[in-house]
Ligand binder design. Structure first.
Ligand code: UN1
Length: 499
């Protein structure tokens, strides 16, 4: 299929694609595929006012009825899976299977949110006073801004939007300027769901496209109580304090520097499979990508040799081809950052395998690279920095304590894992003295989390939680209620106040 066929199949019209100022390029071959209209920052107050208007209506719609909208969204996504997946491949450069996997992740969170819409449970709490009952009620919070990154251009919106909408919050989405087309196509799918739903209020689900001025309007508005932002630690460092300063609620999902500890007892065949997928998949551009391999000195050389062999046979190239496993980086600037990181790693005493630019057998114009392995003498500055590219730094260790200390000694705290068949090691890694990350796995790589768990991490990862478990609470306000059904007015804590 040509680029135009893919755009058309995803429902984008010539009018959508032309007549604007924001150029959109496909990372596959660098071709300009559209020039779309951006939202004028001057329109933002009206956008936010529409969301506030929608909130006043939507918060009164019973949650299970709100869930019906998400059930319909899930149905529409199922019907559009192939077309939207192909567009993710075109615009973000993901291989076909990962493009489809991303849409599946959207469908999964819709299913989760539909069930949730009949829950949203509060507790009933024992009161110390006779004739009293205490409980907590979860209420809708207000418009939720969702700022997403290029690497999961649609799934991250759906984690936030599906929860926010069943929780009673309208959504304003600002996608990455690198991937607005997948967002536009997703909005068309959402519009189909809303049409079938019937009476969704105007402004319930909006899309704004543009740069920092558009984002800032959302970040600075008191009428947008929740700002969920996914992206770099640099971006989060700007957004988080601004939202907090106006007493809004930031939900931040920022950088990761995810590690795997490989213990002496590890099943190395399994470890190699997990390492290759999580270090190389999505061309190293997941926030959960495996970036640091902390291997016991007794298995390190064997493991590195196996990895070099596996890396040597990885098909790099056109992500639309069924056999490709490593697609392009998002752009040439990204490749330049990868090369600079590898140069720095060498200067720090690292031994680099692979990492060269690939120009033959790949579409011209894209930024294709060989994934790299860098054996490092220590956890240097470069290792401690997240470079959004397929670079795997390898470190050795002697004791588990040392391995856990290395794993934790980075600014980021998203995902982590250990490969071991030793129960003491596995449980120690998961314990309070183990991994300091939001995600810690045993005998599974750090990437490719299911939607059922809460997703996010600590330290410079931002502390937010999205997706499953009770992450929905981040989109609602908690109200504690005490009801007196007695005929007297006893005070708590035994206080007397008779008059
Ligand atoms: C991201 O890279 O921003 O766990 C999200 C994973 C995916 C989500 C990644 N389910 O790798």
């Amino acid at each position: 299929m040509t680029h135009d066929d893919i755009l058309k199949a995803a429902g984008l019209t010539q009018d959508d694609l032309h007549g604007g100022t924001l150029a959109v390029h496909s990372p596959i071959d660098g071709a300009e595929v559209a020039r779309i209209r951006e939202t004028d920052a001057a329109e933002m107050p009206a956008v936010i006012a529409r969301a506030q208007g929608a909130f006043r209506a939507w918060r009164q719609v019973p949650a299970p009825r709100r869930g019906e909208l998400i059930r319909l969204l899930g149905e529409e996504l199922r019907a559009a899976k192939a077309e939207l997946g192909a567009l993710v491949t075109l615009e973000a450069g993901k291989i076909t299977s990962e493009g489809l996997g991303e849409v599946q992740e959207m469908i999964d969170i819709c299913d989760f949110a539909v069930g949730l819409s009949r829950q949203l449970y509060g507790l009933t709490i024992a009161s110390e006073r006779p004739g009293h009952r205490m409980m907590e009620t979860w209420h809708p919070m207000g418009p939720c801004a969702v700022i997403t990154a290029f690497n999961f251009p649609v799934a991250v919106w759906s984690w936030n939007a599906a929860l926010a909408l069943v929780c009673g919050d309208p959504v304003i989405w600002k996608p990455s300027e690198k991937t607005p087309l997948t967002a536009m196509a997703t909005m068309k799918i959402m519009e189909r769901a809303m049409k079938r739903f019937g009476d969704a209020p105007d402004g319930l689900c909006q899309l704004v496209i543009g740069g920092p001025a558009v984002g800032e309007a959302l970040v600075n508005s008191k009428d947008v109580p929740i700002v969920s932002a996914t992206g770099s630690t640099r971006m989060g460092g700007i957004v988080g304090p601004k939202v907090a300063a106006r007493w809004g609620r930031p939900i931040l999902e920022l950088g990761g520097n995810n590690a795997m500890i490989v213990a002496p007892s590890a099943d190395l065949d399994m470890a190699v499979r997990a390492i290759v997928f999580s270090a190389v998949g999505t061309a190293g551009q997941r926030c959960t990508t495996l970036r640091r391999l902390i291997a016991h000195n007794s298995v390190r050389d064997d493991l590195v040799a196996r990895l070099i062999k596996a890396y040597g046979s990885l098909p790099v190239g056109d992500p639309r081809k069924a056999t490709t496993l490593v697609g392009p980086l998002i752009d040439h600037a990204s490749r330049d950052r990868m090369q600079a990181a590898l140069e720095k790693a060498k200067a720090e005493g690292g031994k680099v395998h692979g990492g060269r630019t690939v120009t033959s057998g790949v579409p011209q114009g894209g930024a294709y690279v060989e994934p790299a392995i860098a054996e490092m003498p220590a956890q240097t500055d470069t290792v401690r920095t997240e470079t959004f590219a397929p670079i795997l730094y390898v470190l050795g260790y002697e004791t588990l304590e040392e391995a856990i200390a290395l794993q934790n000694d980075v600014p980021q705290g998203l995902s982590s894992c250990i490969f071991t068949l030793n129960m003491r090691e596995a449980e120690t890694f998961l314990s309070a003295v183990g991994s300091d990350c939001g995600i810690a796995n045993v005998n599974i790589g750090p990437s490719g989390a299911e939607i059922g768990g809460a997703f996010g991490g600590e330290k410079e990862t931002g502390g937010g939680r999205e997706s499953g478990s009770d992450a929905w609470k981040g989109y609602m306000r908690r109200q504690t209620n005490t009801v007196n059904y007695g005929a007297t007015l006893p005070l708590a804590q035994g206080v007397k106040f008779d008059f």
